[in-house]
Ligand binder design. Sequence first.
Ligand code: MRU
Length: 357
Amino acid sequence: MRIAGKEYRTIWFENNAVKIIDQTKLPHQFIIKELKTVKDAINAIKIMEVRGAPLIGGTAAYGIVLAIKENNDPEFIKKISEDLIESRPTAINLKWAVDRMMKKLSGINSDQVLDVALNEAKEICDEDEKFCENIGINGLKIIEEIYNKKKDTVNILTHCNAGWLATINWGTATSPIYHAHKKGIPVHVWVDETRPRNQGANLTSYELNEEEIKNTIIADNTGGILMQRGEVDMCIVGTDRTLSNGDVCNKIGTYLKALAAHDNNVPFYVALPSSTIDWDIKNANDIPIEERNSQELSHVEGIDENNQLKKVLIYPKKSKAINLAFDVTPAKYVTGLITERGISEASSDGLKELFKK
Ligand code: MRU
């Protein structure tokens, strides 16, 4: 998608290095960063220079490529694959991508390993782009239906950033919105700010602005009253891990939004590529929920009057804070799952039907 009119993907391989857009500096600075070593890749995932389930999967895949370039020793690559998987715990795409890379590399002659790894990492990213595009084509039908009934702007609420910046391109939750906009359907997006790291305000609103899609940032607690007032036609969120029974793990606060949507009869959709489905874990309590540094709550970053990035403390110095990064929305509150294969009920039967070979 576009930034200042120029088309980008979120990650690419150029001149023997991996290039990323440093998301910790957005929206105030647009910086392309080079990852030269696998340590750079692991660090970029940990400190969220790259974030979003599909993008951290893509970054991990390229991390394996960087590791092979450093030391083409199977024991080293195996250890690195474990480090990559541990770099963030909740989004399943990370493990999915590393496992796919390792499977592809097993039994490959050492003089071919680098080429095979590079092709597979590119394939993982190309596939994600295609899947997200299909999510958009499938989700567009829902927006179109609402528009045909309403004959007026479709108001869509989203949480966190499940936009193209969280994927390779198109986004998951935003892809139907981009497709609707391209088709000329008037859409307006309520963008949850998404405390504490403000991915909604800093990233979703930013990327929608660059594509000239109308959007309004709201505090995370505002969605409820907007739904009560009839000002939300549908919600679309992304997910970091969806269980085979349809339970959806996503950015903290998603669950409360789903409850409000349920209470107000607002359709609540989750958009995801199949790489985000965890077919193994059966119980939502077994999903590892990331707990991040409480400084992400107690401090905020922005630009000062001299356009310099600055971090300030906003909590009492002695106060304790807890920073759980994700929650789980039970399947019963999810209207449907928008995937690259179509839209399914959030249930074992729904997902099985869609993903039977
Ligand atoms: O902590 P993040 O920013 O990596 O989390 C990302 C999210 O939770 C997104 O909302 C998302 O939907 C998953 S990525 C498409």
